[in-house]
Design a binder for this molecule. Structure first.
Ligand code: TRP
Length: 464
């Protein structure tokens, strides 16, 4: 298929917006603030920033580079760059599978944001007591009808955007939603600075508090730097495959990483002042967004408007991430099997939707998939999928991508491709730093995350 037939970004900024759209998601607005809260702020944030810079950014550049070089889906990339069939393609298969697995449960959480937009609009969140809001979230979490309805709706939205193609679907959605998201977040930040709790929140996030930081916290920061940047399954690789040769891989990766980090920090500076001002604790856990935020809003002037804005923001962030997850699987069928985009999206989205049904039922008392039914260890279906993807598939994929980019490709090919179109990439020291980080530091870091996942570090008295 010609490159034009595959699709290509309409402009340079489109890639950055779409890639940032993929990176900025529930990971930034929901998970990062709550793990920061649980790990005591300050020092955890610093470690996270170091992980982003030394591990996340090099892999990001590697993924985008591989995509731009191969101009293929994540499965085709490895054989194309190896000039024939190769076992490395297994990495691509893991990537497609990870995308399918992640989206199946990501859509359920994203569905809650949609439900909360509706609740906020219809007044269901206003003037509620903390107990009532806690109960509301508990009911949302457990109710099969709500979960199935919004999982369905969310998958339909996602499929409708991806079926539009790169320029008319993915790119257009990102160009509308990402600036809106940044503006909404900036407005909320401006408001948060006026609250009494802002000073305390600022100190909590940027002050150097080492007391609550543990070895497990360091590994959590490392693992999260992967998830938040959408690395390890070829999402960035696939988006990179729609770049042209003139595009600057290094600068685009830097911009994407910067935006993702900016949003994560802004989210903390919005959530914590509100949390502190409402007299609540930062270590609220996973309920921070769905329980604490509405509690805080309902006590504030104009709170209902803020609540609608906030959950819309969450919904937009989740949607631009979901389309990247679906695009990875769809691109495989389009590139490798020659399917039309329509057919590829219909088949992949339906499969993912079906696979997500057990996750949608995981909070309730469904006899097959309910909260009491254990799949992997003590985990219900939803948690098992999250565990599989975050602890196994993404680290394995990231390891493979790093190894392929830094060891397998010929030195010359790498050097030429790296610098092509990139002023920064042409600086030898930058290229060398990238190569050495990918060759040595990144594999060690990933292996640590995986050892932690199987509990080896715990036995040694180090990890979680
Ligand atoms: N990065 C997104 C978030 O922070 C989630 C996500 C989208 C993702 N695409 C991905 C995670 C690919 C891993 C791999 O919410």
């Amino acid at each position: 298929m010609s490159d034009e037939g595959r699709g290509q970004w309409g402009s340079r900024i489109s890639f950055v917006l779409a890639a940032a759209g993929s990176a900025v998601g529930l990971g930034n607005l929901w998970k990062f603030p709550y793990i920061t809260g649980m790990n005591g702020g300050g020092a955890f944030v610093l470690i996270y920033l170091v992980c982003i810079l030394l591990v996340g950014l090099p892999i990001m550049i590697g993924e985008v580079l591989l995509g731009r070089m191969s101009r293929s889906s994540v499965v085709g990339t490895f054989s194309k760059l190896s000039d024939g069939p190769t076992p490395w393609s297994g990495i691509g298969w893991i990537g497609v599978a990870a995308g399918v697995v992640i989206l199946s449960y990501y859509s359920v959480v994203a569905g809650w944001s949609l439900h909360y937009v509706w609740l906020a609009i219809s007044g269901g969140l206003a003037e509620q007591t903390p107990e009532a809001l806690g109960q509301l979230f508990g009911e949302t979490y457990a109710d099969p009808a709500i979960n199935l309805r919004y999982h369905t709706l969310f998958m339909i939205f996602t499929a409708l955007i991806v079926v539009g193609g790169i320029q008319k679907g993915v790119e257009r959605a990102a160009r509308v939603m990402m600036p809106l998201l940044l503006v909404m977040l900036a407005a909320m930040l401006a408001y948060a600075t006026t609250l009494d709790g802002f000073g305390r929140a600022f100190d909590f996030v940027f002050g150097f508090h080492t007391d609550a930081l543990t070895g497990a916290g360091v590994l959590e920061a490392l693992g999260h730097s992967f998830f938040t940047l959408s690395l390890g399954m070829g999402a960035m690789l696939t988006y990179g495959s729609y770049l042209s040769r003139q595009d600057d891989v290094v600068a685009a990766s830097l911009a994407t990483t910067f935006l993702d980090t900016l949003v994560a920090l802004m989210a903390c500076l919005v959530l914590f002042p509100i949390t502190f001002s409402a007299g609540m604790e930062p270590a609220g856990g996973p309920g921070l967004v769905f329980v604490n935020m509405p509690i805080a809003f309902s006590g504030l002037p104009g709170g209902q408007v803020w609540a609608v804005l906030f959950f819309l923001l969450l919904f937009f962030a989740a949607l631009t991430s979901a389309i990247s997850l679906l695009e990875v699987a769809a691109a495989y069928f389009i590139d490798e099997r020659g399917w039309s985009r329509k057919k590829a999206v219909a088949v992949t989205a339906t499969t993912i939707f079906a696979l997500g049904i057990p996750s949608a039922l995981s909070g309730g008392d469904s006899p097959i998939f309910g909260a009491e039914i254990h799949w992997i260890g003590e985990r219900n279906w939803f948690d098992s999928f999250d565990y599989l993807a975050s602890n196994w598939m993404l680290p394995l994929g990231g390891l493979g991508i790093a190894a392929f980019a830094a060891w397998r490709l010929g030195d010359r090919a790498r050097h030429v491709a790296f610098a092509e179109g990139s002023r920064l990439g042409a600086i030898p020291a930058i290229y060398l730093a990238w190569l050495q980080l990918l060759r040595y530091l990144v594999p060690v870091a990933i292996v640590l995350v995986m050892l932690n996942a199987i509990g080896v570090l715990k036995k040694l008295g180090l990890g979680e």
